[in-house]
Write a protein that binds this ligand. Structure first.
Ligand SMILES: Nc1ncnc2c1ncn2[C@@H]1O[C@H](COP(=O)(O)OP(=O)(O)O)[C@@H](O)[C@H]1O
Ligand SMILES: Cc1ncsc1CCOP(=O)(O)O
Ligand SMILES: [Mg+2]
Length: 271
């Protein structure tokens, strides 16, 4: 990725659909199928390739790698480390999803080692980002139990210490690289009632990072795509079950110019 300023979500979605990026998604057993369908609907080309025997080599041909610790095990960790080596060698972005990183000592240790490998983007719910930032988190398992607002200061500090763009998701999302910050409104309250949509969004951050020149723009683009498609799918959905297929349809149908209407507000970053 090169340094550049301000590629809009609309521009990035157009680029993504024109040349669907191959994204190596190391994700958990719950999310594998759901995230692959989300990626295909959004316009990307996912490959759930995680074994240590091939993860490094595969990362050399992928446009981006995403790493998710949802169903953690030593064999997953070995595959993650290999894929990250491959992404780094090929100078490709990689994205971390710290699922339930506050929950156990094993998760805390693994996620710290992964953050030290300098992910391009970290995407998590507010409880996960608070924990990664060293603050008290109400999180227990995989679901967020804190407000995004409560995690904003920690997200800025984490961005500065890790070098990653931090995307905190919830009712109103927050993206920061430590000096810039925006809030993104939209989506649907049915989204946290569907498992693995956060994991799927992390994969989509990888797809946007593969086509973007700047990781901040990539994270904003992926979150805006979810926010607009989620709001579209909400209309006419009667609950989380009917929301799910509508969301896939909306991810695929949303025209790039609709992302120009995403509600993205600059947020002040204290000096
Ligand atoms: N209450 C809500 N209203 C609207 N959108 C939401 C809400 N909660 C989560 N989302 C959206 O759901 C997606 C997944 O975010 P989140 O639920 O925070 O992740 P996770 O599944 O990792 O906990 C994001 O696009 C986020 O904006
Ligand atoms: C339920 C569950 N258990 C381990 S990983 C996982 C999926 C979590 O998905 P998300 O963080 O996107 O809600
Ligand atoms: Mg999650």
């Amino acid at each position: 990725m090169k340094d550049a300023m301000n590629q809009t979500p609309e521009t990035l979605l157009t680029a993504l659909r024109a040349t669907p990026p191959l994204v190596q998604c190391i994700t958990n057993y719950v999310a594998m199928n759901i995230a692959a369908n989300v990626m295909l609907a959004a316009g990307a080309s996912p490959a759930m390739v995680s074994d240590v025997e091939e993860a490094e080599e595969f990362a050399g041909i992928a446009g981006a790698v995403t790493v998710n610790i949802g169903t953690l095990s030593p064999s997953f960790v070995a595959g993650m480390q290999a894929a990250i080596r491959g992404a780094q060698a090929a100078a490709r972005p990689w994205v971390l999803d710290p699922v339930a990183c506050q929950a156990t000592r094993y998760r805390r240790e693994v996620v710290q080692a992964l953050v030290a490998e300098r992910p391009t983007i970290i995407r998590g719910n507010a409880s996960e980002i608070l924990s990664l930032a060293g603050e008290v988190s109400q999180g227990q398992g995989v679901d967020g139990r804190d407000t995004v607002e409560a995690a904003e200061a920690g997200a800025r500090r984490l961005a500065q210490s890790s070098g990653a763009v931090i995307a905190v998701t919830g009712a109103v999302d927050y993206v920061t690289d430590g000096t810039r910050a925006v809030r993104i409104e939209g989506g649907s309250p049915f989204m946290p009632m569907n498992t693995a949509l956060g994991c799927s969004l992390t994969c989509l951050c990888g797809a946007y990072a593969a086509v973007a020149e700047d990781a901040f723009d990539a994270a904003v683009g992926a979150l805006a795509h979810f926010a607009v498609a989620g709001a579209l799918a909400h209309d006419g959905a009667s609950g989380p079950g009917s929301f799910a297929p509508r969301f896939l349809d909306a991810l695929a149908a949303v025209p790039p110019e609709a992302l120009a209407g995403a509600v993205i507000r600059d947020a002040a970053v204290p000096a």
